[in-house]
Write a protein that binds this ligand. Structure first.
Ligand SMILES: Nc1ncnc2c1ncn2[C@@H]1O[C@H](COP(=O)(O)OP(=O)(O)OP(=O)(O)O)[C@@H](O)[C@H]1O
Ligand SMILES: [Mg+2]
Length: 327
């Protein structure tokens, strides 16, 4: 069963122009951070979202949890279109949709005790009385390995290490028993030696709560490890989506193949596809396929016509998809 479905989701940010720029052009310009994307996530499934810096991953995640208003499109969660809900109804649905941020230092309030970070969401959503909330907070601190929980409960964020803070961030999201979590690069700012433990903690909730997840990362090897399926984003578009094995072993988009060639642990594989140049500017994406200026296989059609994302379970947006198998 589908828990989340995104239809033609779009986020354009207006560009702040200087006075001189306004004089010479009256047209409003936009950063096309997310440009009409479609995907769905099944109950209990993890979809990994990968792509280079600036391609729009965080913006997708922020729209899902209501931190950013979509410019257009639908977010259907548990059969309700979140973009059409307002006020109380919307807040009630968002209880089941939580986010874990990349930066464990910025995501906690420095003046607030760890325990209050966990109690607040329970009290705000009216789920528990003060005493119950405290009990649930302590239980959750134990569950995420912050013991003795009573001690951690009374500490302030600065008294915790980065890894411990990320455990608090996970605990804060999980205390509401969400059905869907957006994890935005949850281990990229954590010491390498602690990453596996944090990932395992996150995954343990998947089993326990039958949790679904959008797992955002720029690292394909992490995307493979964690995800059931992988979606590859390029400049505001999903260019390929499919099962982990399909995407890793039978990449169809030259961009996916190039990303795979760059993963050190995959290097022994017989795959060498390079990317030319830098990411284009989302203010003025190239016409046709947005990847064409960097694609070694681009032909005339690619420069003129934007390809649709097509296919059955394994979809690709490319006029000339690759047909390769790499083991
Ligand atoms: N509030 C905002 N106002 C204006 N532009 C924004 C805003 N938020 C994001 N952008 C722009 O939208 C584009 C996508 O940003 P986003 O943060 O979603 O990328 P990302 O894929 O998460 O990158 P990273 O891997 O570096 O985290 C970027 O060009 C960014 O500068
Ligand atoms: Mg980001």
């Amino acid at each position: 069963m589908e828990i989340l479905k995104v239809e033609n989701l779009k986020k354009y940010f207006p560009v702040q122009k200087s006075f001189i720029e306004v004089l010479f052009s009256k047209e409003l310009e936009f950063i096309r951070a997310v440009d009409r994307i479609n995907f769905s996530v099944e109950e209990g499934e993890i979809l990994s979202l990968v792509g280079e810096s600036g391609c729009g991953k965080t913006t997708v995640g922020r729209m899902l949890v209501g931190l950013e208003e979509p410019t257009d499109g639908k977010i259907i969660f548990k059969n309700k279109d979140l973009t059409s809900l307002r006020g109380e109804e919307r807040r009630a649905m968002h209880r089941y949709l939580q986010i874990i941020f990349q930066d464990p230092y910025a995501s906690l309030n420095p003046k607030m005790k760890i325990g209050d970070h966990l109690m607040d969401p329970l009290l705000i959503h009216g789920i528990a009385s003060n005493n119950e909330a405290k009990k649930m907070a302590i239980e959750m601190l134990e569950r995420v390995g912050l013991v003795p929980a009573e001690q951690f409960f009374n500490r302030l964020p600065y008294q915790l290490s980065g890894g411990q803070r990320q455990r608090v961030a996970i605990a804060r999201a999980m205390v509401l028993k969400p059905e869907f979590v957006v994890a935005d690069e949850p281990v990229s700012m954590i010491d390498v030696s602690l990453r596996a433990a944090i990932l395992n903690l996150l995954l343990s909730f998947k089993e326990e709560y039958r949790l679904s997840m959008l797992f955002i990362t720029h690292d394909l090897s992490v995307a493979r490890l964690v995800g059931d399926r992988i979606a590859v984003m390029y400049l505001g578009k999903i260019v390929e989506i499919g099962g982990v094995d399909e995407v890793i072993h039978e990449p169809k988009h030259p961009y996916t193949a190039a990303l795979l060639s760059a993963v050190p642990s995959f290097e022994k594989r017989d795959l060498r596809i390079d990317i030319k140049g830098d990411v284009a500017n989302p203010r003025s994406p190239p016409p046709g396929c947005r990847y064409h200026p960097r694609c070694p296989f681009a032909r005339r059609e690619c420069r003129e016509i934007e390809p649709d994302l097509v296919g059955d379970t394994h979809k690709v947006a490319c006029h000339y998809p690759l047909e390769i198998r790499v083991d």
